[in-house]
Design a protein around this ligand. Structure first.
Ligand SMILES: Nc1ncnc2c1ncn2[C@@H]1O[C@H](COP(=O)(O)OP(=O)(O)OP(=O)(O)O)[C@@H](O)[C@H]1O
Ligand SMILES: [Mg+2]
Length: 237
């Protein structure tokens, strides 16, 4: 019989009884409820569920942006239920890369500067970060856009800039919350294909939350949430 510790070491994401309850005055709203999850390294996980089912809540916990109310969470050997805030800052900068629906680019910085920012904040040498960002932007088809501001880009270009930024510190895990939600279907498919390449060519663990079917064919694992709980397979959305 495998011990709990061995199981945890093999999983890049290991959650037990993970619960996040939001307190709103006297009432409580359940974000996620008693979630158990084990994801092996190198999977492309598509996290599905209706609006309000808890996808963003779960991703925020895995990204170290939020803390659980109860339960246990280990991500890439970091115990996120027992980490200091400086430990969490390091984790968010170096271990996970996060991509959001609304891109969240800095409007006054160029594409290249946006891509470099987390690398510089992590204290890496500027020359090395700049050449890494240029390589990533080249892979993402943005070489001709490096000196443009976000407002001068299309939605697809903004999201690809956000992907470069998420990858600059070589994270083990890439988390994306509705990354195609503000894109047309063609650009949405391009973004999903980039995540699929990151997964199968670069062997990164990727988790994409979406309520659409756009990433279904790229999934190696599908996790369905319903009312904050992991629902049985198959996903009925
Ligand atoms: N900061 C918050 N304060 C209070 N309640 C919250 C907060 N964030 C989320 N919730 C609640 O937690 C539940 C899960 O929300 P969550 O945003 O995780 O769902 P979701 O699956 O990402 O939905 P969507 O597809 O609309 O993005 C919902 O009932 C939501 O209202
Ligand atoms: Mg959401």
């Amino acid at each position: 019989m495998e011990t709990e510790k061995e199981h945890r070491t093999k999983s890049v994401i290991h959650a037990r009884h993970l619960t996040r309850i939001y307190k709103m005055g006297d009432s409580e709203v359940v974000g996620i409820d008693d979630v158990n999850l084990d994801i092996a390294p190198g999977e492309l996980v598509v996290l599905k569920g209706d609006s309000g089912s808890g996808k963003s809540t779960l991703l925020s916990l895995i990204a170290g942006l939020d803390r659980p109310t109860h339960g246990h969470l280990t991500v890439a050997d970091h115990d996120l239920t027992d980490t200091t805030s400086s430990g969490l800052t390091y984790f968010r900068r170096a271990v996970v890369g996060m991509v959001f629906q609304s891109f969240n680019l800095m409007p006054t910085l160029s594409v290249l500067e946006n891509a470099c920012l987390p690398g510089l904040l992590a204290g890496n040498p500027p020359d090395r970060i700049k050449s890494k960002a240029m390589e990533l932007l080249d892979w993402l088809g943005l070489s001709a856009r490096m000196n443009h501001l976000p407002a001068q880009l299309s939605g697809g270009e903004m999201q690809r800039t956000a992907i470069a930024r998420a990858l600059i510190n070589d994270p083990e895990i890439i988390l994306a919350d509705e990354p195609t939600g503000n894109l047309d279907s063609r650009n949405g498919r391009i973004v999903v294909e980039l995540f699929a390449q990151l997964n199968h060519k670069w062997n990164r663990t990727v988790m994409i939350a979406t309520h659409s079917n756009i990433a279904d064919s790229a999934a190696t694992v599908t996790v369905c949430l319903k009312d904050g709980k992991i629902d049985g397979q198959p996903c009925d959305i």
